[in-house]
Design a protein around this ligand. Structure first.
Ligand code: BGC
Length: 768
């Protein structure tokens, strides 16, 4: 047995010394109380507010179930269909069962569905309405396929580790930004009658050691994300709070451990934070195979196991009979699950679970149309707005009637056109070799109805406007025709579930850019990036005239980028993360935590940086980024003026929120608006455009600046628009560990409004 680092971090703010965990007790929460304080019993869903009628029906339903039926409803079974997981039917009560499926960017593993933009791309749009619409249309596809629960959206990982393999599935490295968007997304998807399972709860920040594994006969537990209570609230829990407030009917608990207890068996995070503090009314479902114990997981607040369970089954009823578990806990689990079915009106007029989704898509099946023609506009717009222009020397973009455009890089082309099949495209860790990247890998790899690759869309453009095209897709040092007006270099940066990334750049792509730039004085680089992509090897090359982070646009990728390159759309995206000048600038948050050498049986990942990730860390340490969080260029310019700050709500400045019964999301007074800020933004350039005005707040005793508002406005050239931000009690508070409350801070709050986290022309203050 190797020594275990004795890091102790307490959610409740206590400080205890505990013995190092041993291999014998890793599946049992009860051995880790010293690290993740126990919260029992598991609170029953109250069925308050908007849930009243659904709970009433569910309670009535549950009274009619046998014990065996109850237990069956709490765990998945193999239904031999294309759903990621299934809950069995109860035919005698006309309950058809439940189908749950991935993912947050489109329905996976089936036909007749669209591949939507991924979370990072949606985050880069900074457009609340679009995020809602994207969710609504995507949700409609799941509905038509009989999927009761969409396994998303993702707000964990939030992106603590720069090389995190799944950061692209979430919206942003900022909790406020992520929270605003998850709220809209959950509401949009659920407005289509499909539930959301906001995931992965919580602190699922790296793929390395996300699951327990056996190496050379030694059982290694998953990594433990060790987080203090303040950081938990102000960073990791924040967006989940917004998801719960939006009514997310399910929350997916995560693979890794939190303060040494497994995510799906952690009574503090499930019973405590989620079900007590946030008043969550829905059900907690495991990530796939993330259950590591039996009765303990039920008592810790877990409600449903996927894709099946070895531990529950009749053991639950035995446990009730022998007093280990209360019968009321099982009833609560089932009530929560069935209530969501009523809550979303899935008891009326809902297709059969997983209709037209066979396990093998090549098996005979009915063609069930998920996609709808009326989604086209939202699909394209959400692909367009997630592109972020970061360099545009002498306004080389948009292209103006070019005679000849040369295209380089395999990222410009469709996947192997000899075979389009489901999730069958080749993937290499680090880059997506041989074809364009529209999505990352793993359970979030959606299935497109078609792919518009950049070169495909350029061919259509050439047909329309007479542009001539040359292309050389695979050479790393291609020749360049001297009459070329613009060289478009397409590169990508891949990431997938299951692995953290091997780097934030790759030599082959960097060589391609530099080689083209050495021969072509108008080199435009487009990067499809599943996460942060460094550009320091060539960003200052004088022939690299324009650079666009194109993220993961989904199936309309090529069409979207050509709209922007040719100026039919004006870029309006902004970075939802910080691009550093070099790897080292991310410090210890560049790479995932590795288990101790040679084997750490209980890998510990200490979140000692607190809330100082991404731009907060760069600001704190005075590091100049290459491109800061919130940055993005347009083909026009915007001027800021007329900052106004008003304290409202009768000047309510009591540091504690007024007490009130907990509703979904927590104390409802956290959402009382206390300050209103507005400013004027003028489009001072020569084309129409949209600006994302951002508000950052310097809260006394907090980081120098934190995002606390954003407003995207379309402004015609020469005109002005008003941007408005409302700051509520939570926005202005910090989490007080002793009081166990969000408290306003007395002192002077600094207000900054502008174009990015570092370009903030308007400044003001108010005092509480
Ligand atoms: C992933 C989840 C996903 C689930 C079902 C897991 O491996 O972590 O995000 O929803 O599989 O496919």
């Amino acid at each position: 047995m190797h020594a275990i680092a004795g890091f102790i971090s307490l959610l409740g703010g206590l400080s205890l010394a505990v013995a190092a965990p041993t291999q014998d007790n890793i599946t049992d929460d009860s051995h880790f109380f010293g690290q993740s304080p126990p919260v029992y019993p598991s609170p029953e869903g109250t069925g308050s507010g908007a849930w009243a009628s659904a709970y009433e029906k569910a309670r009535q339903f549950v009274t009619q179930l046998t014990d065996e039926e109850k237990v069956n409803l709490t765990a998945g079974y193999n239904a031999d269909n294309g759903c990621s997981g299934n809950i069995p039917a109860v035919p005698r009560l006309n309950f058809p069962g439940i189908c749950v499926s991935d993912a947050a960017n489109g329905l996976r593993g089936t036909d007749f569905v669209n591949a939507w933009s991924s979370g990072i791309h949606d985050g880069a749009c900074w457009n609340k309405t679009l995020t809602y619409q994207r969710g609504l249309h995507m949700g409609g596809e799941f509905h038509r396929k009989g999927v009761n629960l969409l396994l998303g959206p993702v707000v964990g990982p939030i992106g603590r580790v720069a090389e995190g393999g799944r950061n692209w599935e979430g919206f942003s490295t900022d909790p406020y930004h992520s929270g605003v968007l998850v709220y809209e997304n959950v509401r949009g998807i659920q407005a289509a009658g499909v539930g959301t399972s906001t995931k992965h709860y919580i602190a699922n920040e790296q793929e390395t050691n996300r699951n327990p594994e056996s190496v050379d006969g030694l059982d290694i537990a998953s990594a433990s994300s060790n987080i203090d209570d303040k950081t938990m609230h102000e960073l990791y829990l924040w967006p989940f709070q917004d998801a719960v407030r939006a009514g997310s009917v399910s929350i997916m608990c995560s693979y890794q451990r939190i303060n040494n207890s497994y995510g799906c068996q952690n009574s503090k995070t499930l019973n405590g934070l989620l079900k007590t503090e946030l008043g969550f009314q829905g059900y907690v479902v495991t990530d796939w195979y993330a259950q590591h114990g039996g009765i303990n997981s039920a008592n810790a607040g877990l409600d449903m196991v996927m894709p099946h369970t070895e531990w529950w089954n009749s053991n639950l009823t035995d446990a009730i009979a022998n007093g280990t578990m209360e019968a009321s806990r099982l009833d609560d689990m089932v009530t929560r699950i069935v209530a969501t079915w009523y809550q979303l009106n899935q008891d009326t007029d809902f297709p059969s679970p997983g209709v037209g989704m066979p396990a093998d898509v090549y098996a005979p099946h009915d063609a069930v149309m998920g996609k709808s023609a009326d989604s086209k506009e939202v699909l394209l717009q959400s692909a367009i707005e997630g592109h972020v222009l970061v360099k545009n020397t002498n306004d080389v973009l948009p292209l103006r009637s070019p005679k000849l455009v040369s295209v380089f890089g395999y990222d410009a082309v469709s996947p192997d056109i000899s075979l389009k099949k489901f999730q069958g495209f080749s993937q290499t860790i680090g880059i997506q070799k041989n074809h364009t990247l529209w999505v990352g890998g793993g359970s979030g790899a959606n299935d497109p109805a078609y792919i518009s690759a950049p070169l495909d869309a350029l061919q259509l453009q050439a047909y329309e406007d007479g542009t001539s095209l040359l292309w050389n897709i695979y050479d790393v040092d291609p020749a360049v025709d001297s009459t070329t007006d613009a060289c478009l270099v397409f590169v990508n940066s891949y990431a997938t579930e299951g692995y953290d990334r091997v780097g934030l750049a790759d030599d082959e792509s960097d060589a391609l850019v530099t080689n083209v730039a050495n021969k072509c004085n108008n080199t435009v680089v487009i990067i499809h990036n599943a996460g942060i992509r460094l550009v320091n090897n060539w960003i200052d090359h004088e022939n690299v005239t324009a650079v666009m982070f194109a993220h993961l646009p989904g199936q309309d990728s090529g069409r979207a980028v050509v709209e922007l390159l040719y100026g039919r759309s004006n870029p309006s995206g902004k970075l939802p993360y910080t691009v550093a000048k070099k790897n080292e600038d991310y410090g210890s948050l560049l790479r995932p935590t590795q288990p101790e050498s040679p084997y750490g049986l209980f890998p510990q990942s200490d979140f000692t940086e607190g809330v100082y990730i991404d731009y907060r860390a760069f600001d704190q340490q005075g590091i100049e980024p290459q491109f800061e969080f919130g940055f993005g260029l347009s083909y026009t310019t915007f001027d800021y003026s007329s900052l106004s700050i008003d304290q409202i709500n009768n000047g309510d400045t009591s540091s504690y929120p007024p007490s009130a019964p907990i509703v979904e999301g927590g104390n409802p007074h956290l959402w009382d608006d206390l300050v209103e800020v507005s400013a004027e933004v003028k489009n001072s350039g020569s084309v129409d455009g949209a600006e994302v005005a951002q508000l950052y707040l310097g809260i006394p005793n907090g980081p120098v600046r934190q995002l606390r508002g954003f407003d995207k406005v379309n402004i015609p050239k020469g005109e002005s628009g008003k941007v408005e931000f409302k700051l509520n009690r939570r926005d202005l508070s910090t989490w007080d560990v002793t009081a166990q409350q969000w408290l306003l801070q007395s002192g002077t709050y600094q207000v900054y409004v502008g174009r990015s986290s570092r370009d903030l022309p308007l400044q003001g203050e108010f005092t509480i």
